[in-house]
Design a protein around this ligand. Structure first.
Ligand code: HEC
Ligand code: HEC
Length: 446
C-alpha cells in the first residue's frame, strides 16, 4: 500500500491528495464503528490516533510518500543520463582522484554508513574544519555545504577534490587521469564528446590548479587562458558525472512513514506495530510544542534554509560565520548556475540570482540538515559539536544565546522535562530506514 501511494503521489499530487482524503475519511468512519476506545478512555490508544485535521496535514507533509520526483538540474545536462551516473559512480570510489592515491569521496561519505563517517570533523589528507553530512536526498537541496557556498551537486563535487586537506589534487591532474585511463576515456567521450588533446605537458602540466599550494597555483596561472578553459570543461564534466551518480542516493521509508501509512489506511494493527506510545508522544512534541517543524519540515525534514541556532564553536577554532560567508562564495563560484560551465540559461538560476546577500540572520546561520536516518549519523551539527541526540536535545531545551556580537538565535528554549526529551529522542529514532538505493550503487562498479 505504501509503495502504491508513493508512486501515485509521484504521478499526480492532486490524485494522491484525493485518495489520501478518502482513505482518511474511511479510516475515521471505520474507527467509530469498531471497539476502539473513545479518545481519553485509554491514554495510550488516544495518543495513537487522536490527531486533529491540521496535525494530520502536518504528518502527511512529513511522510516520505509526499516526496516529489527528483527535481531537474538545468545546470547539468547529464544529471539523468545513466551512462554519466555509472561513470560518476566509478569516480566517487576511485582513490586516484587525490594527491596521495588514497582518498576518494567514499573515504568520508561511506556507503555503509549512510554516506557519512562518524567523525566530528572529516579526516583525509588533513583534518577539515567541518563535519561530514550524509549525502542522501541531496538532489532535492538548492544549496550545498553547511554554509551553502555551492549551488549544484556537480559544483559541490569539484570543491573537495582540490581542497588541500581532502583529496588534495588538482583539476589538471584529474583531467590527465580521465584522458589516460582507457576505460574512463571511452566512457567520457561517449557521454561528453571528444576530450581535448592534453598530451603536451608544457601546455598542460601534470598537476596545476587554483589551489592553496603556491607551486601548483603558479603552474595554473602560467597556463594559457584557453587551455585553462579546456581543463575546466573536463573538470566540470567530472563533477556532472559524480552528481548523476549521487542523485540516485535517497532515503527510504522509515517506521514513521509506516505509521502515517497506517493512519491513512485506518489500519489499527499496523498503527500499533509501527510506533510505540512514547514515540507517538515524541512525534506530538516534534510537530507541536517543540516547534521543530518550523525548520525541519517536508518529507526530508528540512526547509532547505539557513538558521542560527547558537551551536557553540569548538574550543580553539576561530568563529565560523556560516551562511554570511557562504553566500559571498557561491555568487563568485566559477562553476555556479550562471557560470560558463553550467548548462542552464539565466532564468533557470532564480535561486542564485535572487539570493539574500546580506542580513543579520545570515550570521552564524547553517544549513538545516535532513533528519532522516539521524539516529545513525552521530556526531551532530556543523562541527560535530554534539556526540548524541540527547546532547542535541539538551541544546534545544536551553537554547543559549547565539554567537558573535548580536547573540542572535532563531530558537526559543523548550523547557521540556526529561521524560519529554526522551520521547522526542525516541521519535527521532523512528526516522531510520534502509536507503532507497540499488545495492549495486553502494560500491565501485565491476
Ligand atoms: C575529507 C572528507 C571528505 C571527502 C573526501 C569528501 N567530502 Fe563531501 N563533505 C565533507 C565535509 C566535511 C562536508 C561539509 C563541508 C562544509 O560544509 O564546509 C561535505 C559536504 C558534502 C556535500 C554537501 C552536503 C550538504 O549537506 O550540503 C556533498 C554533496 C558532498 N560532500 C559530496 C562529496 C563528493 C561527491 C566527494 C568526492 C568528490 C566528497 N564529498 C568528498 C567531507 C568530505
Ligand atoms: C530555527 C530553525 C530550527 C528549529 C526550530 C529546529 N532546528 Fe534542528 N537544526 C537546525 C539547524 C540550522 C541545524 C544545524 C545547526 C548547526 O550545524 O550548527 C539543526 C540540526 C539539528 C540536528 C542535528 C542533525 C545533524 O545531522 O547534525 C537535530 C537532531 C535537530 N536539529 C533536531 C531538531 C529538533 C528535534 C527540533 C525541535 C525541538 C529542532 N531541530 C528544531 C534548525 C532548526
Amino acid at each position: 500500500m505504501l509503495l502504491f501511494k508513493y508512486f501515485a503521489s509521484h504521478r499526480s499530487g492532486l490524485a494522491a491528495l484525493i485518495m489520501i482524503t478518502l482513505l482518511f475519511v474511511a479510516c475515521t468512519a471505520e474507527r467509530s464503528s469498531t471497539a476502539v476506545p473513545e479518545p481519553g478512555e485509554v491514554e495510550g490508544q488516544k495518543s495513537f490516533t487522536n490527531w486533529s485535521e491540521a496535525e494530520m496535514a502536518t504528518l502527511q507533509a512529513l511522510w516520505l510518500g509526499n516526496l516529489p520526483p527528483l527535481p531537474p538540474d538545468p545546470s547539468n545536462a547529464y544529471a539523468d543520463d545513466p551512462r554519466a551516473a555509472e561513470l560518476g559512480q566509478r569516480f566517487f570510489f576511485d582513490t586516484r582522484f587525490s594527491a596521495n592515491g588514497q582518498v576518494s569521496c567514499a573515504t568520508c561519505h561511506q556507503a555503509n554508513n549512510v554516506f557519512t563517517d562518524s567523525l566530528p570533523q572529516a579526516q583525509a589528507i588533513g583534518s577539515t574544519k567541518r563535519h561530514t553530512p550524509s549525502i542522501s536526498g541531496m538532489a532535492y537541496s538548492p544549496w550545498f555545504f553547511w554554509d551553502g557556498r555551492r549551488d549544484s551537486q556537480w559544483a559541490q563535487a569539484l570543491t573537495p577534490m582540490e581542497n588541500a586537506v581532502e583529496h588534495g589534487g588538482t583539476r589538471t591532474q584529474y583531467a590527465h587521469l580521465v584522458a589516460e585511463d582507457d576505460g574512463y576515456r571511452a566512457a567520457y567521450e561517449e557521454i561528453f564528446g571528444p576530450l581535448p588533446d592534453l598530451s603536451d605537458r608544457s601546455r598542460f602540466p601534470d598537476s596545476a590548479g587554483p589551489v592553496e599550494d603556491t607551486g601548483l597555483r603558479a603552474a595554473w596561472d602560467g597556463m594559457a587562458p584557453a587551455d585553462r578553459v579546456l581543463v575546466n570543461q573536463v573538470y566540470a564534466n567530472i563533477g556532472k558525472a559524480i552528481a548523476a551518480y549521487e542523485r540516485q542516493i535517497n532515503p527510504g521509508p522509515s517506521r514513521f512513514d509506516a505509521y502515517v501509512d497506517a493512519l491513512l489506511d485506518g489500519d489499527e494493527v499496523s498503527l500499533a506495530e509501527s510506533l510505540n506510545p512514547d514515540e507517538v508522544a515524541g512525534l506530538r512534541l516534534f510537530i507541536g510544542r517543540g516547534n521543530c517543524t518550523q525548520c525541519h519540515n517536508g518529507p526530508l525534514f528540512t526547509n532547505n534554509g539557513f538558521h542560527s541556532i547558537g551551536v557553540p564553536d569548538p574550543a580553539g577554532q576561530p568563529p565560523d560565520i556560516g551562511r554570511f560567508g557562504g553566500v559571498q562564495l557561491v555568487v563568485k563560484d566559477e562553476f555556479n548556475c550562471q557560470g560558463s560551465y553550467s548548462d542552464a540559461v539565466a532564468e533557470d538560476c532564480e535561486e542564485l540570482r535572487f539570493v539574500k546577500m546580506f542580513g543579520e540572520e545570515l550570521m552564524n546561520a547553517f544549513k538545516v540538515p535532513s533528519l532522516r536516518n539521524v539516529a545513525e549519523t552521530a556526531p551532530y551539527m556543523h562541527v560535530g559539536q554534539f556526540r548524541s541526540l540527547g546532547e542535541v536535545l539538551d541544546h534545544y531545551n536551553q537554547a543559549p544565546a547565539g554567537l558573535g556580537p548580536t547573540g542572535h538565535t532563531d530558537l526559543i528554549p523548550l523547557g521540556f522535562t526529561q521524560i519529554e526529551l526522551d520521547q522526542l529522542e525516541a521519535f527521532l529514532r523512528t526516522l531510520s530506514g534502509p536507503l532507497n538505493i540499488d545495492p549495486e550503487l553502494l560500491e565501485t562498479p565491476e
